[in-house]
Design a protein around this ligand. Structure first.
Ligand SMILES: CC(C)(COP(=O)([O-])OP(=O)([O-])OC[C@H]1O[C@@H](n2cnc3c(N)ncnc32)[C@H](O)[C@@H]1OP(=O)([O-])[O-])[C@@H](O)C(=O)NCCC(=O)NCCSC(=O)C[C@@](C)(O)CC(=O)[O-]
Ligand SMILES: NC(=O)C1=CN([C@@H]2O[C@H](COP(=O)(O)OP(=O)(O)OC[C@H]3O[C@@H](n4cnc5c(N)ncnc54)[C@H](OP(=O)(O)O)[C@@H]3O)[C@@H](O)[C@H]2O)C=CC1
Length: 430
C-alpha cells in the first residue's frame, strides 16, 4: 500500500471478531505483508535460534498477547496501534478514550530533538569548580573526539552537540565532577552510541581535570528527549448514560489534583499511564526498563514525586489533558531490528522516526490515564476492568473454548469475579 494513503482507525465491531479476522482486517487496512502478519500473530517467527542470538542461556520464547488499539487520531492522521500486554482492559480502555478524543479532533503531539545524556564521573579532584572550567575549556576537543567514534551518526545529522558539567563539591567520597555529553542520537535509542562516546572522551577528561574517571554511561533521565501529547475535550463528549459531562470532568480534575499533591496516589496514577506506554514500547522491541526509569525520575524532578500528566479546564470550559515525558525509543539497534514482530509493529503504524514513535506512545499513555481517571472518578475501576478480567479468571478455573466467554459473562453479571465462583459455575454446567 502507498504509505501516504490515509487509513481509518475506526474499526466498528472489531472487538467482536475472531483474532484471525482482526489480523486480516489490520493487514488490509495498513497494507501489511504476509510475513509481517505472521510476525504479529506470533507464528514462530521469533525462532529459538534467533532468540539465542539476542540474549544469553536461552531455553525458549516467552509469549505475550498482542492487541491493537483502535480509534486513534494523532495530529490529524488515523493510526492503528499494536500493544503487547498481559493485562486485561488496557487495550479496550485506550480504544475507548481514543474514540472520545477523535470526536474532539484527536491527540496533538510534539517532541524535542532526540538528545540523550551520557555521564562521565570524575573523582579525586580537589578543585572541582576549577576542573569544571577546564572541562568546558576543552569542549571542542571533547565533542570532536566523541563524534570521531560515530561518523555515521554525524552524517545523519546527529552526534555530540554540547557538554554540561555538574559539580558535587561535598559527596561522601570527596568532591565529584560529572561531565554530560549531549548527543543527538537520531533514530537510535542511543545507549550504545553514547556509551561508546563517553568511554572515548574519558582520557581527555582525566587529563584536564587531573582526576580519575570512574563511570561512563548514559543517563536514563532523558530530560532533553521529551515527547508530548495533548487532548482537548468538550463536556458533552464526555457524558455517558449514567454521568453528565460536567460530573466526569470534575471527577477527572479532582483525581488529577489528588495525584499532583500525593505521591502515594501519583505512583498509581503514573502506573496507569505506563499501562498505555509500555505495551507500545514492548511491541516495538524497545527497552521498557529505560522508559520506566526515565518516566519515574522525570515525575520526581521537582523533588516531590508527582503526576506525569496534567488535567485542566480551559476558558471555553473544555477539559485539557497533557502528558510530557522522556522517550528514549529507537527504530534501529537493540531488539527493534532483531525481533520480527517489532519491525511489523512499526510498519503497522507507518512510523517515520524515533520521535514519531515517541509521540504515538505518549498519546496512548495519555488516553490510558484518561480512561483510568474517568472510571475511578465515576463508577469505579471494577465494573469495566473486572468484566474483562473475568475471562482470565474463567481460564484459571479451567474453562476452555466457548466456556470462557460464557463463564466470564456470568461472573460479570453476578458481579462476583472470583476463581471459586468460576469453578462452581463450570461444575454446574458439566
Ligand atoms: C474497560 C472499559 C473500556 C469498558 O467500558 P464500557 O463503558 O463497558 O465500554 P463500551 O462497551 O461502551 O465500549 C466503549 C468502547 O470501549 C472499547 N471497548 C470496550 N470493551 C472492549 C473490548 N472488550 N474489546 C475492545 N474494545 C473494547 C471500544 O473502543 C468501544 O467502542 P467501539 O469501538 O466498540 O464502538 C472502561 O470501563 C474503562 O476504560 N475502564 C478503565 C480500565 C483501565 O483503566 N484498565 C487498566 C487496568 S487498571 C490499572 O492497572 C490502573 C489504575 C486504574 O490503577 C490506574 C489508576 O489508578 O490511575
Ligand atoms: N541504561 C540503559 O538504558 C542502557 C541500555 N542499553 C541497551 O542499548 C540498546 C540501544 O542502544 P542503541 O545505541 O540505540 O543501539 P545500537 O548501538 O544497536 O544502534 C545504534 C547505531 O545504529 C546506527 N544507525 C543506523 N541508522 C541510524 C539512524 N537513523 N539513527 C541513529 N543511528 C543509526 C548508528 O551508528 P553505526 O551504524 O555507526 O553504529 C548508531 O550508533 C538497547 O538494547 C538497550 O537495552 C545498553 C546500555 C545501557
Amino acid at each position: 500500500m502507498d504509505q501516504a494513503q490515509k487509513i481509518s482507525s475506526r474499526l466498528e465491531g472489531y472487538r467482536n471478531k475472531a483474532p484471525n479476522e482482526r489480523l486480516d482486517q489490520l493487514a488490509t487496512a495498513t497494507g501489511l505483508s504476509q510475513g509481517d502478519s505472521a510476525a504479529l500473530a506470533g507464528q514462530g517467527v521469533l525462532t529459538v535460534e534467533r532468540a539465542n542470538g539476542m540474549i544469553e542461556n536461552v531455553i525458549g520464547i516467552f509469549e505475550m498477547p498482542m492487541g491493537v488499539a483502535t480509534n486513534f487520531t494523532i495530529n490529524g492522521d488515523d493510526i492503528l496501534i499494536p500493544m503487547a500486554v498481559e493485562e486485561p482492559s488496557v487495550v479496550a480502555a485506550a480504544s475507548y478514550m481514543a474514540r472520545i478524543a477523535r470526536d474532539n479532533g484527536g491527540f496533538v503531539t510534539s517532541s524535542t530533538l532526540p538528545v540523550m545524556r551520557a555521564q562521565v564521573q570524575v573523582i579525586g579532584v580537589t578543585d572541582p569548580f576549577g576542573a569544571r572550567s577546564r572541562i568546558l575549556g576543552a569542549k571542542e576537543r571533547i565533542i570532536e573526539t566523541a563524534n570521531s567514534r560515530d561518523a555515521f551518526l554525524v552524517k545523519l545529522g546527529g552526534g555530540c552537540k554540547d557538554i554540561e558539567v555538574h559539580v558535587f563539591p561535598e559527596s561522601r567520597r570527596g568532591p565529584m565532577v560529572v561531565m554530560h555529553l549531549l548527543v543527538d542520537v537520531r533514530d537510535a535509542m542511543g545507549a550504545n552510541a553514547v556509551n561508546t562516546m563517553a568511554e572515548a572522551v574519558a582520557p581527555i577528561v582525566e587529563e584536564v581535570t587531573g582526576g580519575s574517571v570512574r563511570l561512563r554511561i548514559l543517563s536514563n533521565l532523558a530530560d532533553l528527549r521529551l515527547s508530548r501529547a495533548t487532548v482537548t475535550l468538550t463536556e458533552q463528549s464526555l457524558a455517558t448514560k449514567e454521568f453528565s459531562g460536567r460530573r466526569i470532568m470534575d471527577g477527572i480534575l479532582d483525581a488529577y489534583e489528588f495525584a499532583r499533591i500525593d505521591p502515594y496516589r501519583a505512583a498509581t496514577h503514573n502506573k496507569g499511564i505506563m499501562n498505555g506506554v509500555d505495551p507500545v514500547v514492548v511491541a516495538t522491541g524497545n527497552d521498557w526498563r529505560a522508559i520506566e526509569a526515565g518516566a519515574h525520575a522525570y515525575a520526581a524532578r521537582s523533588g516531590q514525586y508527582t503526576s506525569l500528566t496534567t488535567w485542566e479546564e480551559d476558558k471555553e470550559g473544555r477539559l485539557v489533558g497533557t502528558l510530557e515525558m522522556p522517550m528514549a525509543v529507537g527504530l534501529v539497534g537493540g531488539a527493534t531490528k532483531t525481533h520480527p514482530a517489532a519491525q511489523a509493529a512499526l510498519r503497522v503504524m507507518n512510523v517515520k522516526s524515533a520521535s514519531h514513535l515517541g509521540e504515538i506512545i505518549v498519546a496512548v499513555g495519555l488516553a490510558q490515564n484518561m480512561a483510568a481517571l474517568r472510571a475511578l472518578a465515576t463508577e469505579g475501576i471494577q465494573r469495566g476492568h473486572m468484566a474483562l478480567h473475568a475471562r482470565n479468571i474463567a481460564i484459571a478455573a479451567g474453562a476452555t473454548g466457548a466456556d470462557i466467554e460464557r463463564i466470564a459473562a456470568e461472573l460479570a453479571r453476578l458481579g462476583d469475579v472470583r476463581t471459586d465462583k468460576a469453578r462452581e459455575l463450570l461444575e454446574q454446567s458439566r
